[in-house]
Ligand binder design. Structure first.
Ligand SMILES: [Mn+2]
Length: 215
């Protein structure tokens, strides 16, 4: 699986514009890092899954979880995690983070188990970002399919133009310094993978820009 090209719009009028860039552990043909983006009435579910390790067993675990999410996009993130946990008990397990945009409320609810990192970035007028305008997802240690921590989701308000970025641990930190948030989400994702993808793991970065609310 190579990098997926092109920005995608979800909703009419669009609720998010998003892009994803991903590649497997060098030498592998499959990746254990997967994403799920699914609309539901008045919202969008965004999930990034990292199957433990890499190779076929990691990919199988991640696929089991992505299948478990199908048809349930409207449910709260905690329910997504519980279902993922039950359905993936026979796999080696995954870490994952889940975000659910709710357009009528102008909110995003998110939760993470393990180390898929999440950030919500609000651009400055010049399209850049500052630490002041960054909110990070607080994830809890655990493995979905093996051991779930106490689950507590967080709800935050979102504004037009906010960018949600999910990265697996195949992406090294520090990419914040190079971001231009006025770029299209796909371009941002491609650049992060290019500059910060590690050669030692599967890698995936997803960028979703919220287009609900007034600009
Ligand atoms: Mn990984």
């Amino acid at each position: 699986m190579g990098a997926v090209r092109g920005d995608k719009l979800i909703g009419s009028p669009p609720l998010i514009q998003w892009g994803v860039a991903a590649r497997p552990f060098p030498g592998q043909t499959v990746s254990g890092d997967l994403h799920v983006v699914r609309p539901f009435p008045d919202g969008v579910l965004v999930v990034v899954i990292d199957g433990l390790g890499h190779g076929y067993d990691a990919a199988a675990a991640a696929k089991t979880v992505s299948a478990a999410l199908e048809g349930h996009a409207h449910e709260p993130p905690i329910s997504q995690l519980r279902r993922s946990h039950e359905e993936s008990r026979k796999t080696r397990g995954v870490v994952m983070s889940v975000a659910s945009f709710n357009a009528p409320d102008g909110t995003m609810t998110w939760i993470g188990v393990g180390n898929v990192e999440g950030m919500l970035l609000r651009p400055d007028a010049d399209g850049r970002t500052t630490r002041k305008r960054e909110k990070g997802l607080i994830t809890r240690a655990g493995v979905v399919g093996y051991q779930l921590p106490t689950l507590r989701e967080t709800e935050i308000s979102v504004n037009w133009g906010d960018n949600l970025i999910f990265t697996t641990d195949g992406i090294s930190g520090g990419f914040m310094e190079h971001l231009t948030l006025s770029d299209p989400p796909q371009q941002i994702a491609d650049r992060i993978l290019e500059r910060h993808g590690k050669a030692t793991d599967d890698a995936l970065v997803l960028v979703a820009r919220y287009l609900g609310g007034a600009p």
